[in-house]
Design a protein around this ligand. Structure first.
Ligand code: 5GP
Length: 133
């Protein structure tokens, strides 16, 4: 999979493909764009959001580029479960489990999605409002 994405990047450099094929989050995972990484394993990566909406704001992404939850398929169930379990672990590592935290997945334009690479927002460090805006 990574080799394919690397090949896509090479094709991109030649102008053969449109740029959405390689996301910002893949470039963070490849260490092409700097980010404060708080957790990483073979399947997922968690890093601080560049424009935090709460005192603690971390993004948890699968290394495999699933564009959004609506495009996840049955074979993705293991990585999706892993993503959620690791989000809870990261929240605890940041000390957010004591007072609580919120997980958010934005899907599509009305959901507020801006980066087409599935990610869970882990938000904490203050009381969250409800309903969300
Ligand atoms: P979405 O709006 O798609 O749910 O969330 C995308 C998130 O990615 C936003 O909260 C935005 O601040 C964050 N983001 C966008 N570009 C970068 C970047 O280059 N680095 C980091 N760390 N976060 C980013």
């Amino acid at each position: 999979m990574l080799a394919i994405r690397k090949q896509q990047r090479l094709l991109l450099a030649g102008g053969a493909l449109t740029p959405f094929l390689v996301t910002i989050f893949e470039r963070i995972a490849a260490r092409e764009i700097p980010a404060t990484i708080v957790y990483e394993d073979d399947l997922v990566l968690a890093f601080r959001d560049a424009n935090p909406k709460a005192p603690a704001h971390v993004l948890m992404v699968p290394k495999k580029c699933i564009p959004r939850l609506a495009e996840a398929k049955a074979p993705d169930h293991a990585v999706l479960g892993h993503l959620l379990l690791k989000a809870a672990e990261v929240a605890a590592k940041l000390g957010l489990d004591k007072t609580g935290y919120r997980l958010v997945i934005n899907n599509g334009p009305d959901g507020g999605e801006t980066v087409p690479h599935l990610h869970i927002h882990i938000l904490g460090g203050r009381a969250m409002g409800w309903p969300p805006g």
